[in-house]
Design a protein around this ligand. Structure first.
Ligand code: FES
Length: 165
């Protein structure tokens, strides 16, 4: 697949992005176990690894697409969908759920037009619903990027999220 074809299939795969990715491939291709380092750098460059890029990597590295897909879906660090500039994690583990975290998630979905696992149209936020953030004593808990917010109410949520542009 050429860079041009890739760009037509997925406008995130610009010639500049692909130039960087080719450099990553070039640097790693002769190393044993090159797949994970290549995927890690692709994830850092683009923020996700779309299926068109998986096919390209499969061709260039001569690794079956199913093996690439397997690695990406196994490690939570990798994503197949674009990520927002900020990642919201709402906890729906037992302690948080008991404190109404599902209402917090519903509020975010309605207010920002986003689904769990999805991204806002302006790519400002990604939303993930998680099982426990390890801060049950602060339930209900939400994280935005690396910041943890505990004992939050629906009123707090909008104020918090407005800090992340
Ligand atoms: S259940 Fe939410 S932090 Fe543990």
């Amino acid at each position: 697949m050429t860079h041009e074809e890739l760009y037509q299939l997925n406008p995130d795969l610009t010639p500049e992005v692909m130039k960087k990715i080719d450099e990553v491939i070039e640097k790693n291709i002769h190393r044993p176990g090159c797949l994970i380092p290549v995927l890690t750098e692709c994830q850092e460059i683009l923020g996700y690894i779309p299926k068109e890029l998986q096919e390209y990597l499969s061709e260039k590295l001569n690794i079956p697409g199913s093996a690439i897909y397997g690695v990406i879906s196994f490690y939570s660090f990798f994503s197949m969908v674009p990520q927002g500039r900020h990642i919201i994690k709402v906890c729906e583990g037992t302690a948080c759920y008991a404190q109404g975290s599902n209402r917090i998630r519903e509020f975010i979905c309605n207010e920002y037009g986003i689904e769990p696992g999805g991204i806002t149209e302006d790519r400002r936020f990604s939303l993930q619903v998680v099982r426990c953030l390890g801060a049950c004593g602060l339930a209900p808990v939400m994280m935005v990027d690396n910041d943890t917010y505990g004992k939050i109410s629906i009123d707090d949520v909008k104020q918090i999220l407005e800090r992340y542009k």
